[in-house]
Design a protein around this ligand. Structure first.
Ligand code: GLC
Ligand code: CA
Length: 549
């Protein structure tokens, strides 16, 4: 069994974890200082969001030098020390591998702009003439995916994300090899795996082809995601990595991949990835949406039945690969806020439901405290024009600016990237300096307070991750049980052991039949009469069935 089949991953947004030098920005040395905390939590792998030299247009996803650490994060020596210290503590390290695009400040792009004859011109995607875009494709960050090159060529360059993040041209074999060199450099430093950022976008359809639409520009997803050449170009890269560093864990970010696509990326004989993170794991209940407003920033509760359907498809459809089990990441609102629970009982039982399933837990820093989104001022969203637009639209139909902003704060990913609250001290113990992102408030939850309380969300996560590490919950088979739509229940089974995990996703009590009377870990109001288990609001329980086949 490969080590990563037992991985419990903790995602650290380095800018927001711990600031060691008092500049208001989290850094590598800050992470190193918190290794004892990570050990006590019971995780065995960390994934760091990008830490490379970057103008920080997209918080490090715009890389200007893959081979050096951004000075705000520390130095290469800090990185080497961090890797060594994590390994010493028994924790593996995954780094973000941003391979679809670079920063416009990357020397390759700067050279490409120098002349149409630059060796690096073909590392990027230049097309069109007389300043006109070659097609109607939109960027994920809004507006056209094309920007006129700041040179005399009349061409434009493609950027599926920010205009300061030009897409790399994976058709070019030299570029493909150069990206392999980047991976090799870091694997050589001893890291254990890579998270392949936005890899599903490296292949694009014919650039001369518009995507039929009444809107312009249009998000041309079928032309820019999951095209066959993605696999073709990835395969030699993966084979180079796996032959030189056979233990490497390759975790792909496949945001829009459905189950069959994810299965194809992770099939054991495909020579591609070990696991993928898809965003199609959740289901929101849209019934309460105000139809006069765009859905985007309207908070929505979880839709329990549709959510169960989605989860069971991921469980059943992946074949050999393990599903990645997660509730949130830096691209979505925090789970404690998103569904409007704001409640430690729900935080615990949602964690129980998710992470005891078959698959690889992926925790987002702070969720183990029940941490919520920040309540940011409107000015914090200046870089995202969709926010001001939403607030304007909401006001036009009668919401106050404050109400509209509150909706944004409950749903936006930026508000999920706040500093980790360590103590009740200045800036919640994150830094003596005002943090780079802050709502200026005293945090509702902190590490030090939760470490002292036996019934805290943190204490629960520690117990839960202990349980996750047992063979039954790592390797056992999983079967979803037929119950009320609002109850999420499944059985794990391995050799002579079995257990049922049952969580009530509603505020009204629910009852289900169980074959054993032995309750293990429990959350909220759980009562049992003979073989009837009653779960109060958002309550959950693990019912072990010792000695059963
Ligand atoms: C991924 C990252 C996201 C980033 C984008 C561009 O989706 O998770 O944060 O903006 O790629 O690199
Ligand atoms: Ca710092």
């Amino acid at each position: 069994m490969a080590w990563y089949e037992e991985a419990i991953i903790y995602q650290i947004y380095p800018k927001s974890f711990n600031d060691s030098n008092g500049d208001g920005i989290g850094d590598l040395e800050g992470i190193r200082q918190k290794i004892p905390y990570l050990q006590a939590l019971g995780i065995n792998t960390v994934w760091l969001n990008p830490v490379f030299v970057s103008p920080q247009v997209d918080n490090g996803y715009d890389v200007a030098n893959y081979y050096a650490i951004d000075p705000t994060m520390g130095t290469m020596a800090d990185m080497e020390r961090l890797i060594a210290a994590l390994h010493e503590a028994g924790i593996r390290v995954l780094l973000d591998f941003v391979l679809n695009h670079t920063s416009d400040q990357h020397p390759w792009f700067q050279d490409a702009l120098r002349s149409r004859d630059s060796l690096y011109r073909d590392y990027y995607i230049f097309a069109g003439e007389n300043g006109r875009a070659p097609n109607n494709w939109a960027s994920f960050f809004g507006g056209s995916a094309w920007t006129a090159a700041p040179d005399a060529s009349g061409q434009s360059y493609l950027h599926l994300f920010d205009a300061k993040m030009p897409d790399l041209n994976w058709r070019n074999p030299n570029l493909r090899y150069a990206m392999g060199d980047v991976a090799a450099f870091w694997l050589d430093k001893g890291i254990d795996g890579l998270r392949l950022d936005a890899f599903i976008h490296i292949a694009k359809a014919d650039l001369a082809q518009d995507f039929p639409s009444t809107q312009a520009p249009v998000l041309a997803e079928p032309f820019i995601a999951n095209l066959p050449a993605v696999k073709q170009w990835l395969r030699p890269l993966v084979s180079r990595i796996k032959s030189d560093y056979p233990e490497t864990f390759l975790l792909g970010e496949a945001a829009s991949a459905d189950v069959p696509q994810a299965a194809a990326y992770t099939a054991r004989d495909a020579g591609l990835l070990d696991s993928v993170i898809s965003f199609r794991m959740f289901a929101d209940d849209q019934k309460g949406d105000d139809l006069r407003l765009p859905a985007l920033y309207q908070p929505k509760p979880l839709a329990p039945l549709a959510f169960k359907q989605a989860q069971v498809q991921w469980q059943q459809g992946l074949g050999d690969a393990l599903p990645v089990l997660y509730w949130n990441n830096h691209d979505m609102a925090r789970v404690a806020t998103r569904y409007g629970h704001h409640d430690p009982t729900a935080s615990k039982s949602l964690a129980m439901l998710m992470y005891l399933q078959r698959g690889t837990p992926l925790l987002y820093y702070g969720e183990e405290l029940g941490l919520e989104n920040l309540a940011l001022p409107a000015t914090a969203y200046q870089t995202d024009p969709s926010v001001a637009l939403f607030i304007e639209q909401a006001q036009a139909v009668g919401y106050s600016a404050q109400q509209a902003l509150a909706m944004v704060n409950q749903t936006h990913h930026l508000a999920a990237r706040g500093p980790m609250p360590w103590t009740a001290g200045v800036n919640n113990g994150f830094s003596p300096q005002t943090p780079w992102l802050s709502d200026g408030q005293q945090a509702q939850v902190t590490v030090s307070q939760e470490e002292d309380a036996n019934d805290s969300v943190l204490a629960f996560y520690r117990r839960l991750l202990q349980l996750k590490q047992t063979a039954l919950f790592t390797r056992g088979k999983e079967q979803l049980l037929a119950t009320l739509p609002s109850v999420y229940a499944y059985r794990r089974q391995l050799a002579g052991q079995a257990a049922v995990v049952a969580v009530n996703l509603a505020a009204t009590p629910a009852t289900l039949a169980v074959t054993s009377t032995h309750t293990g870990l429990a959350v909220g109001a759980v009562s049992r009469e003979a073989h009837q288990l009653t779960l109060g609001a958002y309550a959950g329980a693990v019912v072990t069935e010792e000695g059963k086949k």
